[in-house]
Structure formats: C-alpha cells, structure tokens
Design a protein around this ligand. Structure first.
Ligand SMILES: C[S@@+](CC[C@H](N)C(=O)[O-])C[C@H]1O[C@@H](n2cnc3c(N)ncnc32)[C@H](O)[C@@H]1O
Length: 272
C-alpha cells in the first residue's frame, strides 16, 4: 500500500487565510479546498483562481484585457493619462481618499498590471483581484512581492468575508462591469464599516463623444475605434453602456460623494 502523507500544515492558507468559498462561504484551507463543500481553489504561481463563469460585458472585457487588443489600445490610455499630467498626477485625486497613516489592508478590484501599487503608502498589505489572468500574471511579473495576494476573481462575486479590508479601491474598470450594482454591494460588504470604498473611472458617455456621434453618424466612430485595434463586439458594447451611472451609486451607496475628475471626463466616488 503506498504511503500517503497528510497535507503539510506549514503551507500558508491562500490569500493569507482571507479566502472564502464562493459557493458555501466556508473557509478555504491551506490545501486550497473549501472545508465546507470541498470546492477547490487552485493556486498557480501565487495567484488563486476564485472565479465562476463570466457573462455579458465581463466576458467581453476579460477577452479584451487578456488579448492583443489591449496591447494595441494601451498607448491611447497612456496618452489620456499624459494629458492629465501623467500617471501619478492623474491618480492623485483618487488615491488621496485612502487612509493616510498607519498600516491598513487594502483590496484593489481590477488591479490590472498593478499601476497603482507604486503610489500606495509602504507598509500596507494590498490584495488584488482581476478577472483577467493575463493582467494578474503581468502584475506578478512587475511586483513579485504580490505573490500569494492575488486572485483571479470578478468584482460581482468577491471571495472574501464581510469587513475583511480597511479600504477598497477600483480604478479604471467599473464603467464596463456587467453588474454595477452587485459589484458596489460586494465592495461595500468586504470593506469594514467606516473604511472607504473608492471607485473611479472614465465617464460612460466618453466613447460617444467621437465626431461620428456628434454629427449623428455613429458608424464613423465604429470605423476609427476598430482602426485603433478594438474588436467589433467590444466597440458595440461601449456604445451601449448606460449613459449615467449616478443612479446606481445613489441606490447602493446613498451617502457616497460623487466627484468629477480628469477635467470632467472621469468620476471618483467615495463612500465611508
Ligand atoms: C483599465 S484597467 C485598470 C488597472 C488598474 N486598476 C489601474 O488603475 O491602472 C481595468 C482592469 O479591470 C479589470 N476588470 C474589468 N472588469 C472586471 C470585473 N468585472 N472583475 C474583475 N476585474 C475586472 C480588467 O481586467 C483590467 O485589468
């Protein structure tokens, strides 16, 4: 009979013990399976897989951020940040709402390549989630110390218990989320009472400010956006985004402050 050794107890639990089962909410042990229902949460090079099937806009954006279209579109995003005075300056009106001193545990939803990390106070414990495995791989390549603190998860279903974080942050992905309301409820749920939930992005109407839409010939905008390397499904999705996200914020986070940033082209919402 072959000898089977028991799972090592020295192994740290995934995400420092924070990971909760998406199905039954049970704790996930060091071996990466749920103590309650047995569902497994595999970890690959310090990134835990904690995601269910993606639908609607989430499916489209995952393909976009994980594929060549994002690489082709990136220089345009960099130009946008350059117009706002560069990455540091563009992020300042968002990150200034984070607690300034002491050590805190922060969740970033849609962490991407980790571009906010260098601007966060040292000593903070940051956990990042993103639905794109490619972006998480790149984040880990740039910031190896994030190993064990990254999860492939979606904003509308966060694999953490209530009140796990002192603050949570979501920069640059929110406008295109499939379920804005559910994502906001999740951000609020996993952030402790009184801890800020900060959400910032470009305005949903920005992509309808192209010359084609302004003169009533939207196909002109379709044509040049595709020329920038965006695929047709993605382009149709951005044209169909809700025009105003303020009602969702008002419903879910009635006390939150809504601020215009980036010369009015973006918004930053802070709820405490
Ligand atoms: C524009 S990037 C922003 C990255 C980073 N937060 C920053 O400020 O540079 C948006 C990121 O959000 C992620 N994202 C978009 N929708 C998401 C969702 N529903 N759940 C989790 N991540 C999502 C994308 O994969 C992408 O990496």
């Amino acid at each position: 009979m072959p000898q089977v050794s028991p799972p090592s107890t020295d192994r740290p639990p995934p995400l420092g013990g924070l990971l909760r089962c998406l199905g039954c909410r049970g704790a996930v042990g060091p071996c990466g399976s749920c103590a309650g229902c047995g569902r497994s949460y595999p970890e690959r090079w310090g990134i835990v897989e904690a995601i269910g099937p993606l639908v609607g806009r989430d499916r489209i954006t995952e393909a976009f951020y994980g594929g060549p279209a994002w690489e082709r579109f990136r220089p345009w995003e960099r130009r946008f940040l350059a117009i706002q005075g560069g990455s540091r300056r563009a992020r300042r009106p968002i990150l200034r709402h984070l607690p300034g001193s002491g050590s805190s545990r922060l969740l970033e939803v849609g962490i991407g390549d980790g571009d906010n990390l260098e601007f966060l106070p040292g000593g903070w414990e940051v956990v990042g989630v993103d639905h794109s495995g490619a972006r998480l791989d790149e984040c880990l390549r740039r910031f190896p110390s994030m190993a064990g603190r990254l999860a492939r998860a979606q904003a509308s279903e966060l694999p953490f218990p209530d009140g796990s974080f002192d603050a949570s942050l979501c920069v640059g992905g929110f406008t295109m989320f499939e379920d804005h309301e559910r994502a906001l409820r999740e951000l609020r749920r996993v952030t402790r009472l009184g801890g800020p939930v900060i959400v910032a992005d470009e305005q949903p109407w920005l992509c309808r400010m192209g010359i084609g839409h302004l003169i009533g010939v939207p196909r002109i905008d379709r044509w040049w956006l595709r020329g920038l390397g965006l695929d047709p499904e993605f382009v149709e999705m951005v044209f169909a985004l809700p025009r105003d996200l303020r009602p969702v914020f008002r419903d879910v986070l009635p006390g939150a402050e809504w601020r215009r940033i980036w010369g009015g082209l973006g918004y930053c919402v802070v709820d405490r």
